[in-house]
Design a protein around this ligand. Structure first.
Ligand code: ATR
Length: 286
């Protein structure tokens, strides 16, 4: 039996579909591990019910929720307050509720940085030349976080050039980012970006289970360049497999998944958890 009290802290994940979400597994593992007086549930919420759902969460005192596909952009529009990273991303994956107000955040960028720092504490992002493949929501969150880490340069390679251009235009409008120059590169010309790259990040779905393979050839990348993928299924994507064979340090996506979740966990349950191998295994288990 799960003990509850009048002080039980409740949080949830909402999406449609929802059965694929790993968030309940992750949060409930940590609730048990740290003996938190908390509950984490999952709700399948149809798009037309999102507004009512969030209003109801606020009314009944949920601490907050995670937001997954297809609600991240719609939730962004429904929050009363938005973090700077949510504004840059135009999507919300974490909501904190306080006094019936919805505070929207996007924890993907911070999750990426935390994962990088945990696995490569010596890899100082300052003055690094970074190439990001992709210009979708995850890319936006990661690019925003990278700029915040004072990287030297950022180049975005995306199939749709227009989407990269929109990202750059949006970022130029964000206070504090006006002077940071983001380079964009046409997908067919990606090779030219790899020569002096220190960190290559795949934020696209290429290489994910049941998706087309990543076709980018990284043989020109210097050996010290770190190659990161945000995909965690499979844990070692073909991009990472080749990078490892070529002698590059690699970073898988599982740590980003965990760290982006810990941001919500800490806010809702007022406990700072540590990543452990049991949690990683639990999430990688099919
Ligand atoms: P997320 O929120 O996970 O970032 P998204 O916003 O849908 O998802 O972005 C998906 C990214 O994967 C985009 O950069 C997309 O490229 P386009 O902007 O050109 O669509 C990229 N992507 C998806 N399928 C791709 C493919 N077959 N080839 C190249 N890029 C692909």
């Amino acid at each position: 039996m799960i003990p509850i009290s009048d002080q039980t802290k409740n949080a949830a994940v909402i999406g449609d579909p929802i059965s694929h979400s790993l968030s309940p597994r992750l949060h409930n593992y940590l609730i048990n591990k740290y003996k938190v007086d908390g509950l984490y549930l999952a709700f399948k919420v149809a798009p037309e019910n999102l507004n009512l759902c969030l209003k109801s969460f606020a009314k009944i005192g949920l601490r907050g929720c995670n937001v997954t596909i297809p609600h991240k952009e719609a939730a962004f529009k429904l929050c009363h307050h938005l973090s700077s990273t949510a504004l840059a991303t135009k999507a919300v994956n974490t909501i904190i509720i306080k006094e019936e107000q919805l505070y929207g955040d996007n924890s993907d960028g911070a999750g990426f940085i935390e994962n990088l720092k945990e696995n490569y504490p010596q890899f100082n992002l300052t003055a690094k030349k970074v190439v990001v493949i992709g210009a979708g929501g995850a890319s936006r969150a990661i690019c925003f976080a990278l700029i915040g880490q004072k990287i030297q340069s950022l180049t975005i390679v995306n199939r749709s050039l227009q989407r990269s251009q929109i990202l750059v235009e949006d970022f130029q409008k964000i206070s504090g980012l006006e002077n940071f120059q983001i380079n964009i590169c046409d997908w067919p010309n990606y090779q030219s970006t790899l020569d002096d790259c220190d960190l290559l990040i795949n934020t696209t779905s290429l290489g994910m289970k049941n998706m087309p393979e990543m076709t980018i050839d990284i043989s020109n990348l210097k050996k010290s360049a770190l190659v990161a993928d945000i995909i965690y299924k499979p844990l070692i994507t073909d991009l990472l497999k080749i990078a490892k064979q070529n002698g590059h340090p690699i970073l898988t996506g599982i740590g980003m998944l965990i760290h982006q979740a810990l941001i919500g966990f800490e806010a809702w349950f007022e406990t700072k958890p540590q990543v452990d191998q049991k949690l990683i295994n639990l999430l990688l288990d099919d």
